[in-house]
Design a protein around this ligand. Structure first.
Ligand code: NAI
Ligand code: BAL
Length: 493
């Protein structure tokens, strides 16, 4: 903790921040063409932070045109990958220099805790950008088998102008997950941050200018889903869209694509992720720490949150005792206090949604929590539920853990897989073969064994079933989204 400041010091930094307001199009910060703005507030206090450009289809057109020009003239798409690497590394280094400011901005804009912003969101964002930058001048294309009279090349080319539509739960990190591989690959970007959390993206754009990113290569169009997301999804000159957010909105992007130019679509969607704990799990204090982290980290506002604890009857009581003890350490309160682990839910609307689930929990057995702390803040809550209860089926995106009791390994796996989602899962067992067998049987894009997590930048992240579509974020596979394969046959005869 020695690197953390006091809450008062963080509040002083927050009060002194200059907040961005304008969209970023063709290398310039500009108001919406309509002149309209929308208010953004600090979800922890309800206080207005600033007014931001409320863009619409005409601003999207401008941004796409700028991105297209930049892509076609090759100012970024056709320079040596090493030059792209160096520019992105300069951006990452500038972000390091401004890490604390970015962490505070992220916290006041989203309600996330300063603890997480300082230890995860900002450093991981920088790491992800560096990882993709470092990769791009080290990967090779392929030469296919052919007779002596031909050479057959399989080359990757940047897909073109890409639309990136972001969620509000990890504003900086999701930006990095998408702009990292998109920019490294040579694409031009039109990005739409979530309306709730726009500020850090615009600050990164300011740093990108300083880093020397050419105009038009990164454009940030601010505003609502209906007025910016939809025109971007339907735009005939956007070659591909990568989206992270709800399954319902993800579906719309498939419709937008089919109704426009059949642009490629990659969707990273919701989850109702199981955490399976079998009777033979060992070191229950550690298991409990993973369970709590999985369920309550980032206020449960996490697509891979382990929101269903599927526990075998023989170990249930011993485990829950420890889970409750561990969760009791998760202090709820001022996100700018580094001792706090559960900050504010992202918006009033989302707070109301989560509060409605707390209300529904009253019809079940609440084992812990269950109450609103104050406007925007809810207690980490543990509920003993039926496997088919609303709480155990729907993605809540709040700090509510549903506990489901099972009697066997087979039943645990069946319950875990009994969901429309398939993003992440975890399994705890001291019996190696059983744990690995379970990991293979769980239908999810990421499965962790005897731990909770998402892997890291080196491994692909994305969902089975209705949790994902069309590709993966992270790892070298993320570059598949932003490149397309071209075959070149050369006749030597
Ligand atoms: N998979 C994930 O990481 C996320 C899941 N969610 C889930 O979605 C629920 C609702 O949250 P929302 O903010 O409403 O998520 P959302 O999926 O509607 O929003 C994500 C992004 O899509 C944009 N968008 C919204 N409507 C659009 C439309 N009609 N056309 C194009 N773009 C559109 C939003 O402005 C935002 O940038 C949450 O309670 C949570 O359960 C929300 C955010 C992230
Ligand atoms: N956990 C990172 C991806 C997401 O929540 O959307």
């Amino acid at each position: 903790m020695s690197d953390f400041l006091t809450p008062a010091e963080y509040h002083r930094i927050a009060a002194g921040l200059k907040l961005p307001q304008h969209a970023f199009i063709d290398g310039e910060f500009r108001p919406a063409l309509s002149g309209r703005t929308f208010a953004t507030t600090n979800p922890a206090t309800g206080a207005p932070l600033t007014e931001i450009a409320a863009c619409s289809a005409e601003d999207v057109d401008l941004a796409v045109a700028a991105a297209r020009t930049a892509f076609e003239d090759g100012r970024w798409s056709r320079i040596h990958p090493r030059e792209r690497k160096e520019t992105l590394l300069r951006l990452a280094h500038l972000m390091e220099t401004h890490a604390r400011e970015l962490a505070v901005l992220e916290s006041i804009d989203s309600g996330k805790t300063i603890f997480d912003c300082e230890t995860v969101d900002v450093p991981e964002t920088i790491h992800v950008l560096k990882w993709h930058a470092e990769l791009i001048d080290k990967i090779y294309d392929q030469v296919a088998p052919a007779s002596d009279s031909h050479i057959a090349l399989v080359v990757r080319e940047p897909v073109g102008v890409v639309g990136l539509v972001l969620p509000w739960n990890f504003p900086l990190l999701m930006m990095a997950w998408k702009i990292g591989p998109a920019l490294a690959s040579g694409c031009s970007v039109v990005m739409k941050p979530a309306g709730e959390t726009t500020l850090t993206a615009l600050r990164v754009a300011e740093l990108a200018v300083q880093a020397g990113l050419p105009a038009g290569v990164l454009n940030i169009v601010t505003g609502s889903g209906a007025e910016v997301g939809e025109p971007l999804g339907k735009h005939p000159d956007v070659d591909m869209v990568s989206f992270t957010g709800s399954t319902a909105t993800g579906r719309r992007f498939l419709n937008y694509s089919s109704a426009s130019n059949l642009k490629e679509v990659v969707l990273e969607l919701g989850g109702k992720n199981p955490c399976v704990v079998l009777d033979d799990a060992e070191d229950l204090d550690t298991v409990a720490a993973h369970v709590v982290n999985g369920a309550f980290w980032n206020m449960g506002e996490n697509c891979s949150a382990a929101s269903r604890l599927i526990v075998q009857r023989g170990i249930k009581d011993r485990l829950l005792e420890r889970v409750k003890a561990e969760a009791a350490n998760w202090l709820v309160g001022d996100p700018l206090d580094p001792a706090v682990r559960v900050g504010a839910l992202v918006s009033k609307a989302h707070f109301q949604k989560v509060s409605a689930y707390l209300e529904a929990a009253r019809a079940e057995t609440v084992l812990m929590g269950g109450k609103i702390v104050s406007e925007g803040f809810v207690e980490p809550t543990i509920v003993d539920t039926r496997r088919d209860s609303t709480l155990a089926v729907e993605e809540i995106f709040g700090p509510i853990l549903s506990v489901i009791t099972v009697d066997s390994f087979e039943e645990a796996i069946a319950v875990a897989n009994d969901t429309d989602y398939g993003l992440a899962a975890s399994i705890f067992s001291a019996h190696g073969k059983q744990a690995i067998r379970g990991a293979r049987m769980l239908r999810a894009g990421t499965v962790t064994v005897n731990s909770f997590g998402e892997g890291d930048i080196s491994t692909p992240f994305g969902g089975y079933k209705q949790s994902g579509f069309g590709g993966r974020d992270n790892s070298i596979h993320a570059h598949d989204q932003y490149t397309q394969l071209k075959t070149i046959w050369i006749d030597l005869s």
